[in-house]
Design a protein around this ligand. Structure first.
Ligand SMILES: Nc1ncnc2c1ncn2[C@@H]1O[C@H](COP(=O)(O)OP(=O)(O)OP(=O)(O)O)[C@@H](O)[C@H]1O
Ligand SMILES: [Mg+2]
Length: 326
């Protein structure tokens, strides 16, 4: 198996309530995706589609009540779902690291930047003393923090959101992981800082061999950072292709809608503002058939009855739409 990460047929439910009143909410459905070595996979979709749940499943960090009902998550050829907890804890934070949307909720406000970084290197690499400190300073330099010695002693509240996110990225890089998962890492930042952090990601990519899963609801971010992309809708992968193909020829009506909404936003002419009608169904109310059918402008009778398969319609381009299956 050549891919670093390969998810096959992953389904996740959340159980709500206890005893006779337990409800099973389907969250992810038959997710297939893969990440090649050194590549960036962009996960894109509207709010509530299941992007965060997908990455939490990889990390073995599903919320309470969350359970995997089918599938496999291969990382370097080993199924993470079957891994003993201790081994998974050994991978997490070392071989697989994570950058979240809100740096302030991931950093401990009571500890200096230096002590938080030191802890990672101590725990996972056994680095102590001067070697540890030197590595921390060099990591801060890697993420283009000027005066790293000073920042090392700062507490998180003294840093701007952008600087905090740089620290989070430095921490994610600390153990030279094979996989870095970034969940909307720029969404909480202002536009200028967002652009700087994206530039930083691209710069880092050129220097290290890690693969990335980059979660975003913004196709513009996908265009800038990803090699391939999986479009998620209502817990399903609905389209999966290279970023070039995504922008030249989106095949799923949902992707097309996302693309048109984006064009509308870039175009200052208000008449051309477009948004996909309707909303993402909540997990308790997913319609039968294709989950996008109620919002789809080119829906057919069959779509309301049967979920289409994720079919490879061109080499390296897969789509889950009855219009594309012949
Ligand atoms: N703890 C939970 N209990 C019940 N449902 C949940 C829980 N966490 C998430 N969900 C539901 O799972 C679905 C997928 O959520 P997820 O957080 O993966 O979406 P997302 O694509 O990351 O959205 P966003 O862009 O807003 O971050 C949503 O419908 C959400 O309401
Ligand atoms: Mg999310």
């Amino acid at each position: 198996m050549s891919a670093l990460v390969e998810i096959r047929d992953l389904s996740v439910d959340i159980l709500k309530g206890r005893g006779g009143g337990t409800k099973i909410l389907p969250i992810l459905r038959h997710i297939d995706l893969s990440v090649e070595k050194g590549q960036v996979l962009g996960l894109v979709g509207e709010s509530g589609c299941g992007k965060t749940m997908t990455v939490l499943a990889i990390l073995g960090l599903l919320p309470e009540g969350g359970q995997i009902s089918s599938g496999q998550i291969f990382f370097q050829g080993r199924d993470l779902i079957k891994l003993p907890r201790r081994e998974m804890e050994g991978l997490r934070g070392k071989r697989i690291t994570m950058i979240f949307q809100e740096p302030m909720t991931s950093l401990n406000p009571l500890l200096s930047i230096g002590s938080q970084m030191r802890e990672i290197l101590l725990q996972h690499e056994g680095l102590t003393g001067k070697a540890n400190r030197d590595k921390c300073i060099s990591l801060l330099e890697t993420v283009n923090i000027s005066e790293p010695e000073k920042i090392y002693d700062y507490y998180p509240f003294r840093l701007s959101g952008g600087m905090q996110q740089r620290v989070m990225i430095a921490m994610a890089l600390a153990c030279e992981p094979e996989l870095i998962i970034a969940d909307e890492p720029t969404t909480a930042l202002d536009v200028t800082t967002q652009a700087q952090i994206l530039d930083l990601f691209n710069e880092i990519r050129g220097r290290i061999r890690s693969s990335f899963i980059f979660v975003t609801h913004d196709l513009g971010v996908i265009a800038e950072i990803a090699d391939r992309t999986s479009v998620i809708y209502s817990g399903y992968v609905v389209e999966e292709c290279s970023v070039a193909a995504l922008f030249q020829m989106p095949l799923h009506p949902y992707t097309d809608g996302l693309m048109r909404s984006r064009m509308g936003r870039r175009n200052s002419n208000r008449d051309q503002l477009y948004s996909i009608p309707g909303t993402v169904p909540s997990p308790g109310n997913i319609p039968e058939g294709c989950p996008f059918a109620p919002r789809c402008q080119v829906v057919m009778e069959r779509c309301r009855r049967e979920v289409p398969p994720l079919a490879e319609v061109q080499e390296g381009h897969r789509v889950r739409c009855w219009r594309q299956v012949f």
